[in-house]
Design a binder for this molecule. Structure first.
Ligand code: F6P
Length: 363
């Protein structure tokens, strides 16, 4: 297939390293192949509104490597296969995918690079099944995308969470308090687990291991008895008690296709206050984990993913997603990446290491 113009979009929640991918794609497409690159704004939304597309040149990507966010903008709402539209006060879902395919053709885009998490890769796969030559690049701070050892953005989020834990330690110790840090990750506990280990947490709560409050309280009491009169808990937003439910800020609705998690920190704090005579404070790290300058790891990984995506187009490897296996960048079919989420193994090595360090995992 002869390629002269490619398009690139960033979909879903943003994360640090997106600009490194965009820069990697633009530079290698121009330097190695002499292709034109079209930047599509606001994820797949930009393909419904072609005026949101603009040429990207070497000048457009100058200086963006250390910048967080995405110069193209993004959204985690506009799935063109189920586009939400208000009609007579009700939200209906409309399939606009044919319009997207037409617009891609009209824009002269020969191949598309879709950078995103599970949701965006699913949409990209749908477009590939409709005949659009598309390649995927895995992004998310949650690191829950299968078939890649790491997604870019995760490492930066971990740094932010570990830094927060370091800061909470000193104030927890001064005031003899229990400090709870609530972190993101949706249904996966990667951020909580790895930042908890790196930040010396005493208790780590993850969605993959339902927790028992009575046991957490016993562990904190035993710590106090040993002379450590403060404790640090990291709670993943998706963690939940044995026999209980996740704490949800906003349920999924017609308007919002996915539920918003949040509030587990306060939930655990109330329970601990009921059984221990200690001050408890909660910090919700929230979107700070999605912001800031990407770490060296995420800049390098994003850049490598970007150049690989261009190589995949040159080699005709469509319907596939770039991925990291060990130290090598390779590619996998998109279907395999979205089969299910990559979750923490409760019986795995990382959990075992945490427990060997004396960290309580809520069980
Ligand atoms: O998937 C990335 C993520 O940051 C999750 O960790 C979190 O639950 C969600 O997105 C938050 O989404 P929003 O930006 O819509 O609040």
């Amino acid at each position: 297939m002869a390629v002269s113009t490619i398009g690139i979009l960033t979909g879903g929640g943003d994360c640090p390293g997106l600009n490194a991918v965009i820069r990697g794609v633009v530079k290698s497409a121009i330097i190695c192949h002499g292709w034109n690159v079209i930047g599509i704004e606001d994820g797949f939304d930009g393909l419904l509104n072609p005026e949101k597309c603009r040429p990207l040149t070497l000048d457009s990507v100058r200086g963006i490597l250390p910048r967080g966010g995405t110069i193209l903008g993004t959204t985690n709402r506009g799935n063109p296969f189920e586009y939400p539209l208000e009609q007579d006060g009700k939200i209906i879902r409309v399939d606009y995918s044919d319009r997207v395919v037409d617009n891609i053709r009209q824009l002269g885009i020969d191949a598309l690079v879709a950078v995103g998490g599970e949701g965006s890769v699913k949409i990209a796969l749908g477009l590939w099944q409709k005949g659009v030559p598309v390649v995927g690049v895995p992004k998310t701070i949650d690191n829950d995308l299968r078939e890649t050892d790491f997604t870019f953005g995760y490492n930066t989020a971990l740094e932010t969470a570990t830094d927060a834990l370091d800061k909470l330690h000193t104030t927890a110790e001064s005031h003899h308090r229990v400090m709870i840090l609530e972190v993101m990750g949706r249904y996966a506990g990667w951020i909580a687990l790895e930042s908890g280990i790196a930040g010396g947490a005493d208790v780590i709560l993850i969605p993959e291991i339902p927790f028992d409050i009575a046991r957490i309280c016993t562990a904190i009491k035993e710590r106090s008895a040993r002379g450590s009169r403060f404790s640090i808990i990291v709670a993943a937003e998706g963690a939940f008690p044995m026999g209980g439910d996740r704490v949800v800020l906003q349920s999924a609705s017609e308007k919002q296709a996915i539920e918003r998690l949040g509030g587990i920190g306060q939930f655990v704090a109330k329970k601990i206050e009921q059984c221990l005579d200690m001050d408890v404070r909660v910090t919700v790290l929230g979107h700070l984990q999605r912001g800031g300058s990407p770490t060296t790891f995420d800049r390098a990984l994003g850049s490598r993913f970007g150049t690989r995506a261009v190589q995949m187009i040159a080699d005709g490897e469509f319907g596939r997603m770039a991925c990291l296996k060990g130290r090598s960048i390779t590619s996998v079919p998109m279907e395999d990446a979205i089969r299910d989420l990559k979750l923490v193994d409760p019986q795995g090595e990382i959990v075992a290491a945490a427990e060997d360090l004396g960290i309580m995992l809520g069980r």
